[in-house]
Design a protein around this ligand. Structure first.
Ligand SMILES: C[S@@+](CC[C@H](N)C(=O)[O-])C[C@H]1O[C@@H](n2cnc3c(N)ncnc32)[C@H](O)[C@@H]1O
Ligand SMILES: [Zn+2]
Length: 271
């Protein structure tokens, strides 16, 4: 584990010494007792990491299995392009919900190496608890602490899409897999909050340096069974920050919510 990380200060390889990673120039990074290493290069920090409240909301929501079908579909998409002894990165891995699926897949596939990075150490604490065989680091997707051409597959689920860094750190012919919301994703949730809800705009799927080789639509109606799950789902969305306290209160009165979930999983190949 941890072998593929490079020093965020000088770029030299990091070697494990006791419970630290050290480079040839003497820079040293301790592996925390929770099971991650902090390799955040301040220059590369863009976007904000999720705080404790958001991490808890997402972890609670996902642990109820509402997005189990997406986890399975992502696993299948990764399984469709995986090679022997694959090196995989989950970028912006959060609490490791999907990462744990890729970890299981690697095992089923006969082994390999899996890494997870996120700018939020609050997210990595539960992630490291959930996934015992994943090497986790606090790092930014915009400044990945890896050599060029390290990974066979990079996955980024609802996290910043750092196309240049993904391209740099993927091997020649490697795959990048992501998921985006489709038009009616969470329309029922928006209808419960807004007077005039809008449909999501179709996203541009072109990605410089990559060829789109597969798009898989995943659609399922969700029935949320209590106010807590409804609030947690709302907190996972970008609307959470844009919605007035008054509109948010409407959700507190609900004990059930039926809403669409619609995703497109996209598989790209590095060209
Ligand atoms: C919506 S969450 C998705 C987490 C996980 N992939 C999932 O779907 O459960 C977005 C994650 O991206 C992380 N993040 C934000 N900016 C980042 C950056 N520049 N580099 C890496 N991760 C980042 C956040 O801390 C958060 O954990
Ligand atoms: Zn160094």
């Amino acid at each position: 584990m941890y072998e593929k990380f490079i020093c965020p200060v000088c770029g030299y390889p990091l070697l494990m010494e006791n419970s630290s990673l050290k480079c040839g120039k003497g820079h040293c990074f301790d592996i925390s007792s929770s099971g991650y290493v902090n390799l955040l290069n301040k220059g590369g920090k863009k976007g904000h990491g999720d705080d404790k409240k958001m991490v808890r909301a997402r972890r609670d929501f996902l642990s109820r299995g509402y997005y189990e079908h997406l986890k399975e579909a992502l696993k299948k998409a990764v399984g469709g392009v995986i090679c022997k002894n694959a090196a995989i990165l989950d970028s912006g891995c959060g609490e490791g919900y999907y990462t744990s699926g890729f970890e299981a897949l690697l095992k089923e596939n006969g082994g390999g190496e899996i890494y997870g990075i996120d700018v939020s150490k609050e997210a990595l604490k539960p992630a490291a608890k959930l996934c015992g065989n994943v090497s986790f680091a606090v790092a930014s997707a915009y400044c990945l602490p890896f050599e060029k051409e390290t990974f066979d597959i990079i996955i980024s689920v609802f996290a910043p899409l750092a196309a240049d860094e993904f391209h740099r750190t993927l091997k020649c012919g490697g795959f990048f897999i992501t998921a985006i919301p489709l038009e009616k994703h969470l329309y029922g949730l928006k209808k419960a909050v807004y007077e005039n809800p809008y449909l999501n705009k179709p996203e541009n799927t072109d990605l410089k340096g990559f060829k789109l080789i597969n798009g898989i639509e995943i659609k399922k109606e969700l029935t949320l069974k209590n106010a807590e799950d409804i609030k947690n789902l709302f907190m996972m969305t970008p609307y959470y920050y844009k919605t007035s306290a008054e509109d948010q209160k409407k959700l507190e009165k609900l004990n059930e919510l039926i809403t669409e979930s619609e995703f497109l999983i996209i598989v790209y190949k590095k060209i």
